[in-house]
Write a protein that binds this ligand. Structure first.
Ligand SMILES: NC(=O)c1ccc[n+]([C@@H]2O[C@H](COP(=O)([O-])OP(=O)(O)OC[C@H]3O[C@@H](n4cnc5c(N)ncnc54)[C@H](O)[C@@H]3O)[C@@H](O)[C@H]2O)c1
Length: 314
């Protein structure tokens, strides 16, 4: 099928584009290159430089390309910036998504797969008795920032378009995704930040005691989940995490081995509001998509370091 991949010049979107092309689909990328790079684009994809806020330009692209499906990866994705500039975040993340939904309806698009977030929609998972974790799709959504609220709004809009117009959707709630092409300036990119610093033998900083728990999933696993969601009859919200709780100290230790780094991390104050613990139960993904994460932390981090060393296109 012909798939419009928004954000396809970005970190995750470019891997989704690779995965879809390898499976024989046609790929059209739409990206404004805000954080995306032309060098991330696969050779086989058609590229349109366009902004999600520019509805007339999006309409031109839909008229020209007539996609069968949409993989919507484009977004502004910094939790911190979403608090200092909430209106821009809502314009890109929510209004931009509504532009796509309206055009999907007008052009008879059959399915949209949306890049949502587990980390930012479920909020704090820490509790004295550990009863909140891992988060399932039934766990209460309690975003702690505008970015998480944007993603949750989009999920509601997607559901409304399915009910009213029959547009099928899957909202994949991602954990912390890492791998080649992740920008070390990104907030979610602790792996890229540590690995980049370690390869230059620079100091590394850990906030608090480093026992914060996250769910780190390798980007190729996430790209495969996106392809399966597009190709299957699955519908609704689906978590796609490893289900393995990993603390930041372990990430530091595994990357130190992969890079040959010997310095101890510098511990700095935890920023206010930083979530202590989150990881995802992906039983539903296994049942409805036949998906589970396959790449181990050690393997994924070794592949990421190899890419950073050589920067060859993986
Ligand atoms: N990286 C993670 O751990 C993670 C976790 C949860 C959810 N997500 C979601 O996954 C998606 C991809 O994230 P990523 O980590 O690859 O980030 P990224 O910044 O590399 O990719 C986002 C892409 O969207 C494009 N974009 C931004 N604003 C745009 C606009 N107005 N119009 C058109 N294109 C625009 C950027 O240029 C970029 O190529 C995002 O929707 C993000 O919210 C990522």
């Amino acid at each position: 099928m012909k798939v419009l991949v928004t954000g396809g010049a970005g970190f995750i979107g470019s891997h989704v584009a690779d995965e879809l092309l390898a499976a024989g689909h046609q790929v059209v990328v739409l990206d404004n290159l805000h954080t995306g790079k032309k060098t991330n684009l696969p050779a086989g994809a058609t590229f349109h430089q366009a902004d999600l806020r520019d509805q007339p330009r999006l309409a031109e692209i839909f008229a020209a390309e007539q996609p069968d499906a949409i993989s919507h990866q484009a977004a502004l994705a910094s939790v911190r910036d979403s608090m200092s500039d909430p209106a821009t975040y809502a314009q890109v993340n929510v209004v931009g998504t509504l532009h796509l939904l309206e055009l999907a309806r007008a052009y008879g698009v059959k399915k949209i797969v949306f890049a949502s977030t587990g980390g930012a929609t479920y909020g704090e998972g820490y509790s004295e008795d550990g009863s909140k974790l891992p988060f399932t799709e039934e766990s209460r959504a309690q975003p702690k920032d505008n970015y998480g609220a944007n993603k949750l709004s989009c999920e509601f809009h997607l559901d409304l378009y399915r009910q009213n117009y029959g547009l099928e959707y899957v909202a994949l709630r991602y954990p912390n995704v890492y791998g080649p092409r992740q920008d070390s300036k990104g907030e979610a990119g602790v792996v890229a930040i540590f690995a980049g610093a370690m390869l230059h033998n620079l100091p590394t900083k850990i906030t608090g005691d480093g026992r914060q728990i996250r769910d780190f999933c390798y980007v190729n696993d996430i790209a495969r989940a996106n392809r399966l969601a597009l190709e299957s009859d699955a519908s609704g919200i689906i978590n796609v995490g490893t289900g393995v709780p990993t603390d930041i100290n372990r990430v530091h230790a595994v990357l130190s081995i992969a890079t040959g780094y010997t310095q101890a991390p510098v511990h700095v104050a935890r920023p206010a509001g930083e979530v202590l613990a989150t990881y995802l139960d992906s039983t539903k993904a296994r049942q409805v998509l036949g998906w589970q994460a396959e790449v181990t932390l050690e393997d994924g981090m070794a592949r990421t370091v190899a890419w950073l060393r050589g920067s060859t296109r993986l």
